[in-house]
Design a protein around this ligand. Structure first.
Ligand code: ADP
Length: 841
């Protein structure tokens, strides 16, 4: 540790808060999006933003050649990418935005996009704590890994290392630190915070910091963002990087599946996860694998026997391929490792299968992040800065988490302790205890996998008097995940002994008697298929309610699962409304929302929306690349979505668009004037020759008058010599090809929940069947016609009646959808909020 004398001037001590962000431990996709979000939000909130390169290692090392005293305004000398024009533009921007208190630090940072990977050559050698400006994190959303570097740091595990880290933080006047990493990195963060008072005392005692510094930095503000591909942190449903890793695994397994089927082979695929089987389980669920080995739930008996029994049954019903997924930390109940090669030997020797092993290794770390990771990291980065700025000595340090769809904060210490407890429970052979510590979704997915992969014996099924005839129907436009839901429905029915009927081509198909039983094998490959295997259209039951009633009766349907978009909700509503008239509608009816528009009231996510977001992001990444290559181009991209701006807004957030137009807010002249003004200012701020292409996303129904073509021509005209404009319409490509793993697993999970709902209410109805003379109490039975919905941090059934109260029937959308506030965030991240674009609505 250097013994330089304390050197904080009053100016430094009074400077605006400095927020630093670092990435640590194993890299994961989405870390760059997290850094970008923290940097932008910190600047937006009036702080100075810093990055710490190379994780804890960088913090321990600090900057070898210390910079001189900082200026009173706390603005460092511009090192790279600055020129006189940019400096003048910065001053203009600062003036323009001074009324908002937000001073964007365009051009002030030390890393330009190109500079990060070549930081050494660009003069950052030996400098790990680096001031960054708004534009330094430009174009980071679509980059895999971490651009600011990560490392494993042995020194930080020792107190001396942490003392040096503390000294560096104080020396640089860093008030608050966001750490994005796995449980190891967050354990480190937790220790630093726990020891902080002691470290400050030591630094002051050895005169490395002044009394004033010790006072100002008496409390360390630190927050964790979980960047981990394993999804192993307790208290959060998803970690940054896990959805991308899952996507890479599923792409690989999908490819392997086709060759396995061609040769009738078995494949054993090893995926990452030492103490956590999330990747293995979700990949198993999403790809329709035959068997999964995860550390939290080893097979109950001898694994070799159980595995062979399951796979043999699959072969007996006619499967040509066998896919076994094994987590790298898989064990048996005696804690012996179960390795892919051991499994291969068993499959070859005992079942005579031609078996191959594939270890996916580092390909799983990700590369280009999927939409969910970009959005998760962006939302969590914003929350991290808010948590840091609100932190008080009395509040605990938080880790930013997500529960279903709610970004939340959990005490860092507890989350880390709970995570470590999982490994402890496993080592104590308390597997149920380990499972209980995982989030409820994990347990549900495990149950769903068991239903989806099991070939049940007669003795495993329900008693005959409990068995039902259940039917499934798709309505509306196709959406990713519909087929996964159908597959699970059929498998669930098979496992329980129910009769599974498929209604093809929606309600018109039902009226034409296009109803067939579906068996276990028929749906085997459906988990990965896009579109709707059953066939779907927009026709509602009201087309011929009497006919629909008689067909339900004719086929003896005792419970109905509807999968589709707004039409699914309307179908349930119409059937429920006619229950008094038609007794065959008095069956339990459940719906799973499935539409790329994500416009079903109250439901925060519908199947297919993730797939479509990925299709949008893929297209936008390519378009942005082209727009950037020509340096000064604005692309106006038109999306689908009807009267719902969901896809446009969340797509804009994930693709890094600077503006987004939605049907909810509409477009007006004043707005367009300000947007043009913003784009002009923004292009003027670009460092000469390093301008970036910019994306504007317009939802197809945002305005009848200000069409995509109009916007493009207007921007072209107004851009003058500064920027050019082009348009692209994504149309039906947004329905996506292969459904995303998140849509597939969600489809499976929600289908199991719906089947249980249907079962329960069908049994209750038959137990309570009233004499036909007494009138039907529609009110009392309203809850048995329901839509399953992800709301906040839970999955709930909402009756069609209640849902109708939250629907804007005219525009076919929900009232006040949660994502609408993300439009502001798009504009904040795009820089518009700082350039005078606040109040144009
Ligand atoms: P991950 O964050 O991905 O779980 P690691 O477990 O390797 O990765 O942790 C990353 C870094 O965090 C380590 O190299 C070390 O510097 C720090 N770290 C991990 N555990 C501790 C600990 N118990 N005390 C202090 N620092 C730790």
């Amino acid at each position: 540790m250097s013994a330089s004398s304390p050197s904080a001037s009053t100016a430094t001590l009074n400077a605006p808060p400095k927020v630093a962000v670092m990435t640590s431990g194993g890299d994961s996709a989405g870390m760059n999006a997290a850094v970008r979000s923290v940097v932008k939000m910190a600047i937006f909130r009036g702080c100075q933003a810093y990055v710490i390169r190379e994780g804890w290692e960088g913090l321990v090392r600090g900057n070898e050649e210390e910079q001189g005293e900082q200026s009173a305004a706390g603005v460092e000398q511009v090192k790279h990418g600055s020129n006189a024009a940019a400096a003048a533009a910065v001053a203009a921007a600062a003036e323009a935005s001074s009324s908002t208190g937000f001073v964007p630090t365009y051009g002030e940072g030390e890393l330009l996009k190109e500079g990060v990977s070549e930081a050494e050559e660009l003069g950052l050698k030996g400098r790990y704590i680096v001031r960054v400006g708004w534009d330094d994190v430009r174009g980071w959303l679509d980059q895999g890994g971490t651009l600011i570097g990560t490392a494993r740091c042995a020194a930080f595990r020792q107190q001396d290392g942490r003392l040096r880290a503390a000294h560096n933080l104080i020396k640089h006047g860093i008030d608050a630190l966001a750490v994005c990493g796995g449980d190891g990195s967050l354990t480190g963060a937790d220790r630093l915070r726990a020891e902080w008072p002691e470290l400050v005392e030591k630094l002051q005692a050895s005169q490395l910091i002044s009394e004033a510094q010790a006072k100002r930095y008496a409390h360390l503000k630190i927050v964790g963002l979980v960047g981990s591909i394993d999804n192993d942190l307790a208290g959060t449903d998803l970690t940054i990087g896990a959805p991308t890793a899952l996507s890479r695994i599923c792409e690989a397994v999908d490819s392997i599946s086709s060759t396995a089927a061609s040769h009738s082979r078995a494949f054993v695929i090893e995926v990452m996860g030492r103490h956590c089987g999330w990747l293995a389980l979700m990949a198993g669920l999403a790809t329709g694998a035959d068997y999964c080995f995860i550390p939290e739930q080893p097979p109950k008996g001898k694994w070799e026997d159980e595995l062979c029994e399951v796979l043999q049954k699959h072969r007996q019903v006619g499967k040509r391929k066998t896919i076994v997924i094994v987590a790298e930390g898989a064990i048996d109940r005696e804690l012996n490792d179960i390795k892919a090669d051991d499994i291969k030997v068993v499959l070859s020797d005992r079942l005579g299968l031609d078996t191959r092993v594939t270890t996916l290794g580092h390909t799983q770390r990700g590369g280009r992040p999927v939409a969910a990771d970009r959005i998760l990291a962006t939302l969590q980065g914003v929350e991290a800065v808010n948590a840091l700025l609100e932190a008080k000595p009395s509040t605990p340090s938080y880790v930013i988490t997500i529960r279903e769809n709610k970004i939340t904060r959990a005490p860092l210490m507890e989350a880390v302790a709970q995570t470590q407890l999982v490994a402890k429970r496993i080592s104590e052979k308390d597997f149920d205890g380990a499972l209980a510590l995982r989030d409820p979704e994990f347990d549900e997915c495990l149950r769903s996998f068991q239903f989806a992969s099991k070939v049940a014996e007669e003795g495993d099924k329900l008693p005959k008097d409990k068995r039902l005839t259940m039917a499934i129907i798709n309505v509306g436009a196709p959406a990713g995940g519909m087929n996964a839901a159908t597959r699970t429905f059929v498998r669930y029915c098979h496992a329980r002994g129910h009769r599974a009927l498929a209604i093809h081509n929606g309600f018109t198909g039902l009226l034409e008697d296009n109803v067939t039983p579906l068996d276990w094998l028929r749906v085997d490959a459906w988990a990965t298929r896009g579109g709707s295997e059953l066939g779907t259209n927009r026709v509602l039951p009201s087309v011929d309610a009497g006919g629909v009633a008689s067909k339900l009766q004719q086929h003896g349907i005792q419970a109905l699962l509807v999968v589709g978009g707004f039409e699914a909700f309307l179908s349930v509503k119409e059937l429920e409304e006619r229950r008094e008239q038609y007794p065959s509608f008095r069956i339990p009816i459940a719906a799973i929302p499935a539409t790329l528009s994500n416009n079903v009231p109250l439901c925060e996510f519908s199947l297919g929306s993730d797939t479509s977001l990925n299709a949008l992001v893929d297209a936008c990444d390519a378009i942005k690349q082209s727009a950037s290559a020509s340096r000064n181009r604005v692309f106006v991209v038109e999306t689908q979505g009807g009267k719902s701006g969901y896809l446009a807004v969340m797509g804009a957030l994930a693709a890094g668009a600077v503006l987004v137009y939605t049907p909810e807010v509409g477009i007006n002249l004043k707005m367009l004037g300000r947007d043009v003004d913003f784009l002009k200012k923004r292009f003027a701020l670009d460092v000469a020759g390093k301008s970036e292409g910019r994306l504007v996303i317009r939802s197809e129904r945002a305005s009848e008058v200000y069409t995509t073509d109009f916007l493009t021509r207007m921007l072209k005209e107004e851009g003058g010599g500064q920027f050019d404009a082009r348009s692209a319409s994504l149309g039906h490509t947004l329905q996506g090809g292969t459904p995303s793993p998140l849509d597939r697993t969600r489809g499976t999970r929600l289908a199991v929940r719906c089947c249980e709902f249907l079962e329960e209410h069908a049994w209750k109805a038959s137990a309570a069947s009233s004499p036909s003379s007494s009138p039907y109490d529609r009110e009392a039975q309203a809850h048995t016609a329901a839509i399953i919905a992800i709301i906040g941090s839970g999955v709930v059934f909402t009756s069609s009646r209640d849902m109708a109260k939250h629907a804007d029937m005219k525009n076919r959308v929900g009232k006040g959808a949660w994502w609408q506030k993300c439009k502001d965030l798009v504009e904040l991240m795009g820089g518009r909020r700082g350039l005078g674009g606040e109040d144009d609505k």
